[in-house]
Each structure stands twice: as C-alpha cells, then as structure tokens.
Ligand binder design. Sequence first.
Ligand code: SIN
Ligand code: FE
Length: 287
Amino acid sequence: MEPQIVEMRSLPDGNAGGTWSAALEAGKVLYFPSLAFEPLTQEFMLFTPGIRDPKSRNISLDANDKLKGATGEPDTVLALAAMMARFRQQADGLLATLFPAYAGKLKRGPVSFRPAQVENRVQSWRADDRRLHIDAFPSRPNRGERLLRVFSNVNPEGVPRVWRVGQPFEQVAERFLPRLPRYSPMKAKALQLLRVTKSLRSEYDHLMLQLHDAMKSDPDYQENAPQQRIDFPAGSTWVCVSDQTSHAAMSGQYLLELTVQLAPSEQVDVESSPLAILSRMTGKMLV
Ligand code: SIN
Ligand code: FE
C-alpha cells in the first residue's frame, strides 16, 4: 500500500499551501510532527479524566461555543472552554494556511477534548474506535458533507496517540459495497418519523453507516487489511477527512480535535469525495 501519511516538516509558506488539498482529498493524513498546541501553565489542572461528565462520551465546545459534557467548579469549566476556544482558533488558522481554496467554505463545527485513556475504554464493537473505520453517524445524516478534522496530541506526560491508518476509501468500498444491505426509503422515512435520525437518512448516509459497521464487525479485515501504525507524539498535530480516511485510535490520552464541514461540491477535485466514489460505483445519485 502506498503510504497514507504525509509528514509535513514545516508549514507551507504563501501559495505553496494550495497543493495540500490534493493529498487531503485523496484521504491522506497530513502529519505535523512538531506543530504543538501549547496549554498554559494554569490549564494543566484540566488534564484529568474526571473533568468529563461520565454520562457523556466526549467533552465538546459546539459551533456556538457552548461547552457540553464537562463537570467541575464554574472556574474550571470556564478555563476549559477558553482552552478549547483557543485550540479552535489555532486549528482554523492551520486549515486556512493549508487549504486556501476552502476559504469561506468551511462550516464551523465542534471542538472536542478527549481526556479518557483510549486503551481502557469498554464499549460495544460499533462504538469501538480501536477498530478501523470511516466516520459515519447514525443520527446525523450529512448527505456527503465532508468531515475535515484537526487533531493535536496534548498529553502532558509525553504519551503518544497511536493510530492505525488503513486503505484508501475506494478499496474499502470495493471490498464491502457488494455485501451491504440495500437502502430502504421506507425505513429511512420511519427512522426520521421516530426521530432516530435528525433528518432523512439518504442512500449515501445508509451506505456510509453500513460501511462503518461492516469494517468494524469484520475481525479478518481488522487484522489483515493493509494498514500502517503511526505513533503521533505528544506535541504533534495531524489533519484528515475522517469520513474518507480509514482510521483506528489504539492508545493514548488527552486529545484536542476540531471538526469543520465542507460541501463535497466545494472540493478542489469533486470526483474524489466518498459521495462521488460511491455514486460512480453504484451508478446512482445517492442524495
Ligand atoms: C476516531 O475518530 O475514531 C478516534 C480518534 C481519536 O480519538 O484519536
Ligand atoms: Fe473515527
């Protein structure tokens, strides 16, 4: 397998940034080994798993800067929101430098802070992100919108975040598409009426969700699919479109992550999106 990780020794200067969208849109991980998000001294008190409300999977600062999923004294919660807002600013700046072609087209999304130790989490196979997968969400159909994500390992003790990165999207789809259950417009309508989904699940959303599940539930695929392991050191940053890049988080603790969305029609190469790839492979519109 051709390498899926592109190591970036420095930030692109000036118009050199224009070329990185091609690597991103091909599903590569753009990895900055020494681009760190630096917490302030007084913020290190926030680095404890207990800051997460056990009822929530993650702590998030939503698009309106509302903090969710954290517990603690008002001061602590305020300091956490401020750190996450600062991360948003820096991650947005990185995206602007890397992808000038997306200027004005990125839709603001949430920041998450992940203080839990990845390797100890007990969860169902479907929620287990230690299995290779592409991101797709059961309740939030997105009709092909891209999930562009910036990750920074902010572990204060130098613990790396270990990922596996799998095959290009087209190859994943080639393997699984023929065996996925068919889309039922009636079932999609029912799920919407029952408010299982926040809007109508399109055929695209159905396929992405089935792909996510098919990958995670196949032990042979998990073990034998072409993949590479990468240890992202503390103080590093990486960027990918997580609806396209096969990934699995194996271990680590303390991560900051920003998600922004991009319409597939706003890509530099519109033919490279999962929506375009799946449409070609099925010969259908899908949204
Ligand atoms: C994921 O998006 O699957 C998990 C990423 C991480 O927590 O490192
Ligand atoms: Fe994921």
